[in-house]
Design a protein around this ligand. Structure first.
Ligand SMILES: CC(=O)N[C@H]1[C@@H](OP(=O)(O)OP(=O)(O)OC[C@H]2O[C@@H](n3ccc(=O)[nH]c3=O)[C@H](O)[C@@H]2O)O[C@H](CO)[C@H](O)[C@@H]1O
Ligand SMILES: [Mn+2]
Length: 350
C-alpha cells in the first residue's frame, strides 16, 4: 500500500514536470516569435487602418485599330534578363512599346506624384532636375511634383507644361547629410497620409542631384517599383553594401538578397509606397534608439524591405545611372542619371 502511494506521487510529479516543460517551451517559442516580429518589422499593418486610397482599374484597353509593331515571344533583348525569378518584369529599352503603353494609360487620367528633396546646398540641383523632368518624365500625364526644402526663397521658377504642377513644402535641415537623406522616408509617409492618399495614383521618390536625359514613362508603373543600382548589377550579392550587422533592422546576410536597389529612385502605387516608407522610417528610428545607423541609411532599410516585399516591377539601371560611369553596352539609353558632385562642397558634414 505504501509502495502504491509512492508510485502515485511519483507519477503525478512526472506529469507536472512534463506539463511544465511543454508549457515553457510553447511560451518561449511564442515569446521568441514576438521578439522577432518586433525586431525585424518587414511590413507594417497591411491589413490595419490605412488612409483611404484611390481604387485602381488594371484594365488594359486600347483604341480600335491602333497601329503598332507586332509583338513576338521569340525575338527581343537577349543580352539582358527581362524578368526576375518571381516573375516581375525588368524594364530595359526595347522591351516595351511606349505608344501602346500610352494608349492604355493616358485615358485613365491618372496623377503621378513625385517627391524631391533639396535641403541646404542641394537646392543648386533643383533647376536642372525640374527642367529636365518637364522634358522627359511622364510627358502628357498629370504630374504633381513636391519639392521639400529649407530654402523656400531659392526655389527656381521653372515653366512647366499643362497638367503639371509644383508644390513646395518646408522641411527642417539636419546637421548631418545622413539624417537629411534618411528623414525623407518619414516626410514621404506624412505627405501621403496628409495630402496624397486620395489625390494621386502613383508616386516616385527621386534624388535631386540627378537629371533626366530620355523618356521615363508609363512602362515604369507598377505596384511596388525598384531601380537596380548601376554600381552593383555585376557583383556577387555577398559584396553588396547591404547592412551586415545583425543588430540592425536592415540586416541582410551575405548569402541573402536579390539585387542592390537605389535609394535615389523608387515608387509605385501610393498604398505600397506608404507601407514602404512607414516601415523603413519605423525601423530606422528603432535602430537609432539603440545607437545604430545602417551602412547606407534609408537605402539599407529599403533594400531589406524590397528583399522581403518583392517589387512587382524592377527598373534597369537605365533609370538611375551615374554621370561618372562610362556607359556599358547593355545600356542602350540613359534616362536619369546622378550628376558628378563635390561632396565636400555641398554636404553639411563629411
Ligand atoms: C543614387 C542613389 O541611389 N543615391 C543614394 C545614395 O547616395 P548619394 O550620394 O546619391 O546621396 P545624396 O548625397 O544624393 O543624398 C540623397 C538625397 O538627399 C537629399 N539631400 C542630401 C543631403 C543634403 O545636404 N541635402 C539634401 O537635400 C537630396 O535630395 C539628395 O539627392 O545613398 C544615400 C544614402 O543615404 C541615398 O539613399 C541616396 O538616395
Ligand atoms: Mn544622390
Amino acid at each position: 500500500m505504501y509502495l502504491w502511494n509512492i508510485k502515485i506521487v511519483a507519477g503525478t510529479l512526472l506529469l507536472v514536470l512534463l506539463l511544465g516543460v511543454l508549457y515553457s517551451s510553447i511560451f518561449q517559442s511564442h515569446r521568441f516569435f514576438l521578439v522577432f516580429e518586433n525586431k525585424y518589422i518587414s511590413q507594417l499593418h497591411r491589413n490595419g487602418p490605412q488612409p483611404d486610397f484611390r481604387t485602381h482599374d488594371f484594365h488594359f484597353e486600347v483604341p480600335d485599330h491602333l497601329q503598332y509593331k507586332q509583338p513576338s515571344i521569340l525575338q527581343g533583348r537577349t543580352d539582358v534578363v527581362t524578368v526576375t525569378p518571381w516573375l516581375a518584369p525588368v524594364v530595359w529599352e526595347e522591351t516595351f512599346d511606349p505608344v501602346l503603353l500610352d494608349s492604355i494609360y493616358r485615358p485613365k487620367n491618372m496623377t503621378i506624384a513625385v517627391t524631391v528633396f533639396a535641403v541646404g546646398k542641394y537646392i543648386m540641383f533643383l533647376k536642372n532636375f525640374l527642367e529636365t523632368a518637364d522634358q522627359h518624365f511622364f510627358v502628357g500625364y498629370n504630374v504633381h511634383i513636391f519639392v521639400f526644402t529649407d530654402r523656400l526663397d531659392d526655389v527656381p521658377q521653372v515653366k512647366m507644361a499643362v497638367g503639371r504642377q509644383l508644390t513646395v513644402r518646408a522641411v527642417p535641415s539636419y546637421s548631418r547629410w545622413q539624417e537629411i537623406s534618411a528623414r525623407r522616408m518619414e516626410m514621404i509617409q506624412i505627405l501621403i497620409e496628409e495630402k496624397l492618399h486620395n489625390s494621386a495614383d502613383y508616386i516616385f521618390c527621386l534624388d535631386v542631384d540627378s537629371n533626366f536625359h530620355n523618356h521615363w514613362g508609363a512602362e515604369s508603373l507598377g505596384g511596388l517599383v525598384a531601380v537596380v543600382h548601376p554600381g552593383y548589377y555585376e557583383v556577387d550579392r555577398s559584396r553588396f553594401p547591404y547592412e551586415r550587422r545583425p543588430a540592425s533592422r536592415a540586416y541582410i546576410a551575405p548569402e541573402e538578397g536579390d539585387f542592390y536597389y537605389c535609394g535615389g529612385a523608387f515608387g509605385g502605387l501610393l498604398q505600397e509606397v506608404h507601407l514602404l516608407t512607414k516601415t523603413c522610417r519605423t525601423n530606422f528610428e528603432a535602430d537609432a534608439k539603440e545607437g545604430i545607423e545602417a551602412a547606407w541609411q534609408e537605402e539599407s532599410h529599403l533594400n531589406r524591405y524590397m528583399w522581403i516585399n518583392k517589387p512587382s516591377k524592377v527598373l534597369s539601371p537605365e533609370y538611375l545611372w551615374q554621370d561618372f560611369k562610362p556607359r556599358k553596352p547593355e545600356i542602350h539609353i540613359i534616362r536619369f542619371s546622378g550628376v558628378i558632385k563635390n561632396y565636400a562642397l555641398i554636404r553639411p558634414n563629411v
